[in-house]
Design a protein around this ligand. Structure first.
Ligand code: GUN
Ligand code: ZN
Length: 426
């Protein structure tokens, strides 16, 4: 057992609207077998466990491990392409790079970079699009298993509308997905996500094969994109002859409590109702939305409708792996919307970057906060190398203010240590 002594901030509550900051200025967190056994004021905990080793983490702030619910493994090197909307950006930046992952040795390099940057940013759990090539997906599962990361990913499948090298058939998509899931789903800290790229690049038969794969792999997730870009939406509706984008997925037998759909910038009100009925979540990716000019996110609309909203960095359309930065973008986007926006508090930013992701993935009984019984997935923010953060923390007069400074000023350089399931991984 180890007793960690630190300032600990996490959130309690089950929605963005009702979450609250839980502050332990001088906490003792007793961790045994990777799980938080007990938590309380350090004085109490050290009296209760007098003989256990103590790790004192002075000067830092401990937060739960961050949860990224949308990003792309093969786009680690595709960040930084500016000036194009979604479909042009895919063609010019993302898809040429994704084709390079046909080469397993290149895919292994990318997988290593992906895991490294994920952990450097303090992300302990991620739902990520794998690659269009099974050996590349195998490589990222292997890299995640070795690093101890909680990674949910899968073979990205498409059978139209993309360069030939990225296409497959519904039969091969099913067979290769099943093989990957049988090898990795439920092993180490890994899970399988059935991942059609988006309806625009999938036939009805492909989406039906995805639904069949999900039925064949109990506990598998389903993830894709939705309602990101006006041109994309119009083309999907025309291709499928559906009244709204979501119907292209539901008609195929997809969308349930395991579902995380990225973006949803231009939903019909009826689509929000269907997402709520089915318990599906939306991954909000504000920096990507701004970079691609896809539109602002209707956070208020989603919260009012009762849709679970989590955060995604959407690497590589987004600007990096940091969910601290991504939460900042969410905050700024909502501020820019004025009265139509949803003003986010520091507690809500932390909720979005942690518990909201855990809930979107159905993992909230295990991760997302540092309460008793939860996995010890944690990060330590240290301001030593960030004078602006250091200065703001010195003058902040409350934990809420300190957390606001962290979200305003921090990035991967400030994540000093990372634990997953009690294991220090960085
Ligand atoms: N829609 C389909 N593929 C992608 C992608 O790679 N990035 C984003 N942002 N949207 C997509
Ligand atoms: Zn994406």
């Amino acid at each position: 057992m180890t007793l960690y002594r630190a300032m600990v901030l996490d959130t309690i509550g089950t929605t963005i609207a009702d979450c609250e900051l839980r502050v332990d200025a001088d906490a003792g967190i007793a961790v045994r077998g990777g799980v938080v056994l007990a938590r309380g004021p350090f004085a109490e905990m050290s009296a209760r466990f007098p003989d256990e080793p103590v790790e004192t983490l002075a000067d830092g702030i401990m937060l739960p491990g961050l949860v990224d619910t949308h990003l792309h493994v093969p786009q680690v090197r595709a960040m930084g392409g500016i000036g194009l909307p979604l479909l042009g950006w895919l063609e010019r930046y993302a898809l040429p790079e994704e084709q390079r992952l046909a080469d397993r040795s290149y895919a292994e390099i990318i997988a290593a970079e992906f895991i490294d940057q994920l952990l450097a940013a303090g992300t302990t759990t991620a739902l990520a699009f794998g690659a269009h090539f099974a050996p590349a997906v195998d490589a990222v599962f292997a890299a995640a298993a070795q690093a101890g990361v909680r990674l949910i990913t899968g073979l990205v499948v498409s059978d139209r509308g993309l360069p030939e090298a990225l296409l497959t058939t519904p039969e091969d998509a099913y067979a290769q997905g099943l093989e990957l899931a049988q090898k990795w789903h439920g092993t180490a800290r890994l899970g399988y996500a059935v991942t059609p790229r988006f309806s625009l690049s999938a036939s009805e038969a492909m989406l039906e094969s995805c639904a069949a794969l999900q039925r064949a792999v109990p506990g598998a997730w389903f993830t894709s994109h939705i309602n990101e870009n006006d041109q994309e939406i119009a083309e999907v509706k025309a291709l499928f002859g559906v009244p709204d984008y979501l119907a292209s997925y539901t008609d195929a037998g997809l969308v349930d409590g395991s579902t995380v759909l990225a973006h949803n910038l231009h939903p019909q009100p009826s689509e929000l109702g269907v997402l709520v009925e089915r318990g599906a979540a939306v991954a909000h990716c504000p920096s990507s939305n701004a970079m691609l000019g896809s539109g602002p996110f209707g956070l208020r609309q989603h919260v009012d409708a009762g849709v679970t909203v989590s955060l995604g960095t959407d690497v590589g359309a987004g600007v990096g792996f940091s969910l601290l930065s991504e939460a900042r973008h969410a905050y700024m986007t909502q501020r820019q919307l004025g009265e139509r926006g949803y003003d986010l508090s520091a507690a809500q930013l932390l909720y979005l970057a942690t518990t909201a992701g855990a809930r979107a993935l159905g993992l909230h009984n295990r991760i997302g906060d540092l309460g008793e019984g939860k996995q010890f997935d944690a990060i330590l923010i240290n301001p030593w190398n960030n004078p602006a953060l250091m200065g703001s923390l010195r003058t902040s007069d409350s934990a809420e203010a300190a957390l606001a400074a962290v979200f305003t000023l921090s990035g991967p350089g400030d994540v000093q240590r990372v634990w997953i399931g009690g294991q220090q991984v960085r």
